[in-house]
Design a protein around this ligand. Structure first.
Ligand SMILES: *Cc1c(COP(=O)(O)O)cnc(C)c1O
Length: 360
Protein backbone atom coordinates (compact mmCIF):
# COMPACT_ATOMS: atom_id res chain seq x y z
CA UNK A 1 0.00 0.00 0.00
CA UNK A 2 1.32 3.43 -0.89
CA UNK A 3 1.19 5.86 1.98
CA UNK A 4 -0.40 9.20 1.00
CA UNK A 5 1.98 12.18 1.04
CA UNK A 6 2.57 13.93 4.36
CA UNK A 7 2.27 17.65 3.76
CA UNK A 8 3.47 20.47 6.00
CA UNK A 9 -0.13 20.90 7.08
CA UNK A 10 -3.45 19.13 6.77
CA UNK A 11 -6.61 21.19 6.80
CA UNK A 12 -8.96 20.43 9.68
CA UNK A 13 -12.43 19.54 8.44
CA UNK A 14 -15.31 19.59 10.93
CA UNK A 15 -17.74 16.64 11.05
CA UNK A 16 -19.91 16.93 7.94
CA UNK A 17 -23.12 16.98 10.03
CA UNK A 18 -22.02 20.12 11.84
CA UNK A 19 -21.16 21.91 8.62
CA UNK A 20 -24.53 20.78 7.20
CA UNK A 21 -26.32 22.19 10.24
CA UNK A 22 -25.08 25.62 9.13
CA UNK A 23 -25.41 25.21 5.36
CA UNK A 24 -29.03 24.04 5.82
CA UNK A 25 -29.68 27.57 7.08
CA UNK A 26 -28.40 28.91 3.75
CA UNK A 27 -30.94 26.77 1.88
CA UNK A 28 -33.64 28.14 4.17
CA UNK A 29 -32.65 31.79 4.04
CA UNK A 30 -31.59 31.77 0.36
CA UNK A 31 -29.00 34.35 1.42
CA UNK A 32 -25.51 33.56 0.15
CA UNK A 33 -23.59 36.75 0.82
CA UNK A 34 -23.74 40.52 1.61
CA UNK A 35 -23.46 40.35 5.42
CA UNK A 36 -25.98 37.52 5.75
CA UNK A 37 -27.10 35.95 9.03
CA UNK A 38 -24.23 33.43 9.26
CA UNK A 39 -21.58 36.09 8.68
CA UNK A 40 -23.21 38.18 11.42
CA UNK A 41 -23.34 35.18 13.77
CA UNK A 42 -19.70 34.36 13.02
CA UNK A 43 -18.61 37.96 13.68
CA UNK A 44 -20.57 38.08 16.95
CA UNK A 45 -19.13 34.76 18.16
CA UNK A 46 -15.60 35.86 17.26
CA UNK A 47 -16.01 39.11 19.19
CA UNK A 48 -16.95 37.05 22.24
CA UNK A 49 -14.27 34.41 21.71
CA UNK A 50 -11.48 36.94 21.14
CA UNK A 51 -12.97 39.50 23.56
CA UNK A 52 -12.67 42.35 21.05
CA UNK A 53 -14.99 45.27 20.34
CA UNK A 54 -14.71 45.26 16.52
CA UNK A 55 -14.30 42.37 14.08
CA UNK A 56 -14.72 42.31 10.31
CA UNK A 57 -14.86 38.98 8.49
CA UNK A 58 -13.39 39.40 5.00
CA UNK A 59 -12.49 37.26 1.98
CA UNK A 60 -8.82 36.77 2.80
CA UNK A 61 -5.91 37.96 4.90
CA UNK A 62 -4.24 39.84 2.06
CA UNK A 63 -7.25 42.09 1.48
CA UNK A 64 -7.46 42.48 5.26
CA UNK A 65 -3.93 43.93 5.24
CA UNK A 66 -4.72 46.23 2.32
CA UNK A 67 -7.92 47.47 3.95
CA UNK A 68 -6.07 48.00 7.23
CA UNK A 69 -3.60 50.30 5.49
CA UNK A 70 -6.35 52.07 3.54
CA UNK A 71 -8.58 52.60 6.59
CA UNK A 72 -5.75 54.28 8.49
CA UNK A 73 -5.08 56.48 5.46
CA UNK A 74 -1.58 55.10 5.00
CA UNK A 75 -0.80 56.01 1.42
CA UNK A 76 2.34 57.04 -0.40
CA UNK A 77 4.63 56.77 2.62
CA UNK A 78 7.06 54.35 4.19
CA UNK A 79 5.87 51.39 6.19
CA UNK A 80 8.33 49.67 8.50
CA UNK A 81 7.96 45.91 8.26
CA UNK A 82 9.72 42.58 8.73
CA UNK A 83 11.56 40.68 6.01
CA UNK A 84 10.77 37.32 7.63
CA UNK A 85 7.19 36.58 6.64
CA UNK A 86 4.98 35.35 3.86
CA UNK A 87 5.14 37.52 0.73
CA UNK A 88 1.63 38.96 1.33
CA UNK A 89 2.92 41.15 4.16
CA UNK A 90 5.18 43.04 1.76
CA UNK A 91 2.98 42.83 -1.32
CA UNK A 92 0.05 44.42 0.53
CA UNK A 93 2.26 47.42 1.37
CA UNK A 94 3.41 47.73 -2.26
CA UNK A 95 -0.13 47.27 -3.58
CA UNK A 96 -1.21 50.26 -1.47
CA UNK A 97 1.62 52.23 -3.14
CA UNK A 98 3.65 52.50 0.02
CA UNK A 99 7.29 51.66 0.38
CA UNK A 100 8.31 48.77 2.64
CA UNK A 101 11.27 49.57 4.88
CA UNK A 102 12.68 46.37 6.33
CA UNK A 103 13.83 46.11 9.92
CA UNK A 104 15.81 42.95 10.65
CA UNK A 105 14.55 40.26 13.01
CA UNK A 106 15.58 39.12 16.45
CA UNK A 107 17.37 35.79 15.85
CA UNK A 108 15.75 34.29 18.96
CA UNK A 109 12.06 35.15 18.40
CA UNK A 110 12.23 35.61 14.59
CA UNK A 111 9.93 38.64 14.99
CA UNK A 112 10.97 42.19 14.09
CA UNK A 113 13.76 43.41 16.39
CA UNK A 114 12.11 46.37 18.14
CA UNK A 115 15.49 47.86 19.06
CA UNK A 116 16.21 48.45 15.37
CA UNK A 117 12.94 50.26 14.60
CA UNK A 118 13.87 53.81 15.55
CA UNK A 119 16.88 53.90 13.24
CA UNK A 120 14.57 53.11 10.31
CA UNK A 121 12.11 55.94 11.01
CA UNK A 122 12.23 58.92 8.62
CA UNK A 123 9.91 61.90 8.01
CA UNK A 124 8.11 59.69 5.46
CA UNK A 125 7.32 56.85 7.89
CA UNK A 126 3.59 56.34 8.40
CA UNK A 127 3.24 52.99 10.13
CA UNK A 128 4.88 49.93 11.63
CA UNK A 129 3.68 46.58 10.29
CA UNK A 130 5.25 43.70 12.26
CA UNK A 131 4.27 40.03 12.05
CA UNK A 132 3.58 37.68 14.97
CA UNK A 133 5.52 35.12 13.01
CA UNK A 134 4.56 31.45 13.53
CA UNK A 135 2.06 32.64 16.16
CA UNK A 136 4.86 33.93 18.41
CA UNK A 137 4.38 37.40 19.89
CA UNK A 138 6.21 40.58 18.92
CA UNK A 139 7.38 42.88 21.70
CA UNK A 140 4.04 44.71 21.67
CA UNK A 141 4.85 46.97 24.62
CA UNK A 142 8.09 48.36 23.20
CA UNK A 143 6.60 48.72 19.71
CA UNK A 144 3.67 50.65 21.13
CA UNK A 145 5.98 52.96 23.04
CA UNK A 146 8.01 53.70 19.89
CA UNK A 147 4.90 54.24 17.77
CA UNK A 148 3.46 56.68 20.32
CA UNK A 149 6.68 58.65 20.51
CA UNK A 150 6.83 59.04 16.72
CA UNK A 151 3.06 59.27 16.14
CA UNK A 152 3.00 56.18 13.95
CA UNK A 153 0.21 53.67 13.44
CA UNK A 154 0.70 49.99 14.24
CA UNK A 155 -0.80 47.24 12.11
CA UNK A 156 -0.03 43.70 13.22
CA UNK A 157 -0.04 40.93 10.65
CA UNK A 158 -1.45 38.25 12.95
CA UNK A 159 -2.07 35.77 10.10
CA UNK A 160 -0.55 32.97 12.23
CA UNK A 161 -1.75 34.17 15.61
CA UNK A 162 -5.33 32.94 16.01
CA UNK A 163 -5.57 31.22 19.39
CA UNK A 164 -2.39 32.74 20.84
CA UNK A 165 -2.88 34.80 23.99
CA UNK A 166 -0.53 37.40 25.40
CA UNK A 167 -0.80 38.74 28.95
CA UNK A 168 -4.31 37.32 29.23
CA UNK A 169 -5.62 38.85 25.98
CA UNK A 170 -5.92 37.49 22.46
CA UNK A 171 -2.74 38.28 20.52
CA UNK A 172 -5.10 39.64 17.85
CA UNK A 173 -6.19 42.50 20.11
CA UNK A 174 -3.03 44.65 20.00
CA UNK A 175 -2.04 47.66 17.87
CA UNK A 176 -4.31 50.07 16.00
CA UNK A 177 -5.36 47.14 13.84
CA UNK A 178 -4.53 43.45 13.80
CA UNK A 179 -5.42 41.25 10.87
CA UNK A 180 -5.62 37.48 10.69
CA UNK A 181 -5.84 34.95 7.86
CA UNK A 182 -8.36 32.12 7.88
CA UNK A 183 -6.86 30.37 4.86
CA UNK A 184 -7.15 26.58 4.73
CA UNK A 185 -3.43 26.23 5.58
CA UNK A 186 -3.75 28.22 8.80
CA UNK A 187 -4.61 26.65 12.20
CA UNK A 188 -8.14 28.08 12.12
CA UNK A 189 -9.77 28.41 8.71
CA UNK A 190 -12.89 29.40 6.80
CA UNK A 191 -11.66 27.84 3.49
CA UNK A 192 -10.44 31.27 2.32
CA UNK A 193 -10.96 34.16 4.66
CA UNK A 194 -9.51 36.63 7.09
CA UNK A 195 -10.43 39.31 9.56
CA UNK A 196 -9.66 42.89 10.47
CA UNK A 197 -9.71 43.85 14.16
CA UNK A 198 -9.48 47.62 14.60
CA UNK A 199 -9.16 49.15 18.04
CA UNK A 200 -11.11 52.35 17.30
CA UNK A 201 -14.80 52.37 16.42
CA UNK A 202 -14.52 55.19 13.83
CA UNK A 203 -11.89 53.17 11.95
CA UNK A 204 -14.16 50.16 12.26
CA UNK A 205 -17.07 52.05 10.68
CA UNK A 206 -14.77 53.13 7.88
CA UNK A 207 -13.73 49.51 7.23
CA UNK A 208 -17.39 48.53 7.17
CA UNK A 209 -17.87 50.85 4.18
CA UNK A 210 -14.54 50.13 2.49
CA UNK A 211 -15.14 46.37 2.42
CA UNK A 212 -18.42 46.74 0.47
CA UNK A 213 -17.66 49.22 -2.32
CA UNK A 214 -17.88 52.37 -0.16
CA UNK A 215 -21.64 52.80 -0.36
CA UNK A 216 -24.91 52.04 1.41
CA UNK A 217 -27.85 51.92 -0.95
CA UNK A 218 -27.58 54.82 -3.36
CA UNK A 219 -25.35 56.89 -1.12
CA UNK A 220 -21.71 56.69 -2.22
CA UNK A 221 -19.32 57.92 0.42
CA UNK A 222 -15.85 56.89 -0.67
CA UNK A 223 -13.80 54.60 -2.89
CA UNK A 224 -14.22 51.03 -1.72
CA UNK A 225 -13.54 47.45 -2.72
CA UNK A 226 -15.27 44.09 -2.42
CA UNK A 227 -13.92 42.10 0.52
CA UNK A 228 -17.16 40.52 1.73
CA UNK A 229 -17.01 36.96 2.99
CA UNK A 230 -19.79 34.58 1.93
CA UNK A 231 -22.28 32.60 4.01
CA UNK A 232 -20.47 29.37 3.08
CA UNK A 233 -17.21 30.69 4.49
CA UNK A 234 -19.09 31.71 7.63
CA UNK A 235 -20.63 28.23 7.86
CA UNK A 236 -17.16 26.66 7.80
CA UNK A 237 -15.95 29.20 10.35
CA UNK A 238 -18.87 28.58 12.72
CA UNK A 239 -18.36 24.81 12.48
CA UNK A 240 -14.60 25.10 13.06
CA UNK A 241 -15.07 27.47 16.02
CA UNK A 242 -16.58 24.52 17.89
CA UNK A 243 -13.21 22.74 17.56
CA UNK A 244 -10.63 25.44 18.28
CA UNK A 245 -9.60 23.94 21.61
CA UNK A 246 -9.29 20.46 20.09
CA UNK A 247 -7.23 21.81 17.16
CA UNK A 248 -4.81 23.70 19.40
CA UNK A 249 -4.40 20.94 21.99
CA UNK A 250 -3.85 18.42 19.16
CA UNK A 251 -1.09 20.63 17.76
CA UNK A 252 0.42 21.04 21.20
CA UNK A 253 0.61 17.26 21.53
CA UNK A 254 2.45 16.97 18.19
CA UNK A 255 4.84 19.77 19.19
CA UNK A 256 5.76 18.07 22.45
CA UNK A 257 6.28 14.74 20.66
CA UNK A 258 8.66 16.49 18.25
CA UNK A 259 10.40 18.22 21.17
CA UNK A 260 10.95 14.92 22.93
CA UNK A 261 12.06 13.01 19.84
CA UNK A 262 14.44 15.67 18.52
CA UNK A 263 15.83 16.66 21.90
CA UNK A 264 18.08 19.65 21.39
CA UNK A 265 19.39 18.55 17.98
CA UNK A 266 17.96 21.57 16.17
CA UNK A 267 17.72 25.15 17.21
CA UNK A 268 14.17 26.52 17.60
CA UNK A 269 12.66 29.97 17.97
CA UNK A 270 12.07 31.10 21.54
CA UNK A 271 8.43 31.69 22.38
CA UNK A 272 7.69 35.00 24.10
CA UNK A 273 7.17 34.81 27.84
CA UNK A 274 3.59 35.48 28.94
CA UNK A 275 2.38 33.87 25.70
CA UNK A 276 -0.14 31.06 25.60
CA UNK A 277 1.04 29.64 22.29
CA UNK A 278 -1.14 28.26 19.47
CA UNK A 279 1.51 25.91 17.98
CA UNK A 280 0.84 27.29 14.51
CA UNK A 281 4.05 25.87 13.00
CA UNK A 282 7.01 23.68 13.95
CA UNK A 283 10.13 25.31 12.50
CA UNK A 284 13.64 23.92 12.99
CA UNK A 285 16.82 25.80 12.18
CA UNK A 286 19.79 23.97 10.59
CA UNK A 287 23.46 24.86 10.92
CA UNK A 288 23.67 25.48 7.18
CA UNK A 289 21.50 25.68 4.08
CA UNK A 290 23.39 22.67 2.72
CA UNK A 291 22.27 20.51 5.67
CA UNK A 292 18.73 21.76 5.26
CA UNK A 293 18.69 20.75 1.61
CA UNK A 294 20.10 17.28 2.39
CA UNK A 295 17.37 16.57 4.97
CA UNK A 296 14.63 18.14 2.85
CA UNK A 297 15.58 15.90 -0.08
CA UNK A 298 15.70 12.84 2.18
CA UNK A 299 12.23 13.62 3.56
CA UNK A 300 10.86 14.22 0.06
CA UNK A 301 12.25 10.83 -0.92
CA UNK A 302 9.80 9.37 1.61
CA UNK A 303 6.95 11.51 0.25
CA UNK A 304 7.15 13.92 3.21
CA UNK A 305 6.92 17.59 2.33
CA UNK A 306 8.20 20.13 4.83
CA UNK A 307 8.21 23.77 3.65
CA UNK A 308 10.86 26.48 3.59
CA UNK A 309 8.85 29.04 5.61
CA UNK A 310 9.99 31.71 5.07
CA UNK A 311 12.33 31.81 2.13
CA UNK A 312 13.56 34.01 0.53
CA UNK A 313 13.91 36.87 2.97
CA UNK A 314 11.43 39.46 1.62
CA UNK A 315 13.98 42.30 1.38
CA UNK A 316 15.43 40.28 -1.54
CA UNK A 317 12.23 40.25 -3.63
CA UNK A 318 13.27 41.04 -7.22
CA UNK A 319 10.55 43.65 -7.79
CA UNK A 320 11.52 45.99 -4.95
CA UNK A 321 12.72 49.48 -5.88
CA UNK A 322 15.53 49.70 -3.34
CA UNK A 323 18.13 47.22 -2.15
CA UNK A 324 17.99 46.81 1.62
CA UNK A 325 20.09 44.49 3.72
CA UNK A 326 18.80 42.32 6.58
CA UNK A 327 21.63 39.92 7.38
CA UNK A 328 19.89 38.02 10.18
CA UNK A 329 16.70 37.36 8.25
CA UNK A 330 18.66 36.48 5.08
CA UNK A 331 20.76 34.00 7.04
CA UNK A 332 17.93 32.34 8.99
CA UNK A 333 15.56 32.16 6.04
CA UNK A 334 18.13 29.96 4.26
CA UNK A 335 18.38 27.55 7.19
CA UNK A 336 14.83 27.23 8.50
CA UNK A 337 12.38 24.47 7.66
CA UNK A 338 8.83 23.93 8.89
CA UNK A 339 8.01 20.30 9.66
CA UNK A 340 4.59 18.74 9.12
CA UNK A 341 2.40 20.06 11.94
CA UNK A 342 -1.30 19.48 12.35
CA UNK A 343 -3.82 18.08 14.76
CA UNK A 344 -3.92 14.33 14.15
CA UNK A 345 -0.41 13.89 12.71
CA UNK A 346 0.22 10.19 13.33
CA UNK A 347 2.81 9.16 15.87
CA UNK A 348 4.46 6.73 13.44
CA UNK A 349 4.65 9.38 10.69
CA UNK A 350 6.26 11.75 13.13
CA UNK A 351 8.64 8.99 14.19
CA UNK A 352 9.73 8.48 10.59
CA UNK A 353 10.31 12.23 10.13
CA UNK A 354 12.45 12.37 13.27
CA UNK A 355 14.45 9.27 12.29
CA UNK A 356 15.44 10.97 9.05
CA UNK A 357 16.28 14.20 10.81
CA UNK A 358 18.37 12.46 13.47
CA UNK A 359 20.30 10.15 11.13
CA UNK A 360 23.96 11.18 10.91
C1 LIG B 1 -1.18 33.52 4.90
C2 LIG B 1 -0.58 34.84 5.22
C3 LIG B 1 -1.11 36.05 4.74
C4 LIG B 1 -2.17 36.10 3.69
O1 LIG B 1 -3.37 35.55 4.05
P1 LIG B 1 -4.38 35.01 2.92
O2 LIG B 1 -5.61 34.72 3.70
O3 LIG B 1 -3.75 33.78 2.33
O4 LIG B 1 -4.56 36.09 1.92
C5 LIG B 1 -0.56 37.24 5.19
N1 LIG B 1 0.48 37.26 6.03
C6 LIG B 1 1.04 36.13 6.50
C7 LIG B 1 2.17 36.23 7.46
C8 LIG B 1 0.54 34.88 6.09
O5 LIG B 1 1.15 33.76 6.51
Amino acid sequence: MIRPPIQVTKTFLPPKAIFDKYTDQIWNSKILTNQGPLVKEFEDKQKLYLDVENFHFVTNGTLALQLALKSLDITMGEVITTPFSYVATTSAILWERCEPVFVDIDPKTLCMDPHKIEKAITHKTKAILPVHVFGNACDVELIEEIAKRHKLKIIYDGAHAFGSELMGKSLLSYGDITICSFHATKPFHTIEGGCIIPRQSDISQNIDLLKRFGHTGDNHYQLGINAKASEFQAAMGLANLEFVEKIISGRQKVASMYDRALGGTYSRPIIAKDLVYNYAYYPIIFESEEQLLIKKTALEGENIHPRRYFYPSLNLLPYLKSKQSCPISEDISKRILCLPMYEGLKREDMGMICDILLKK
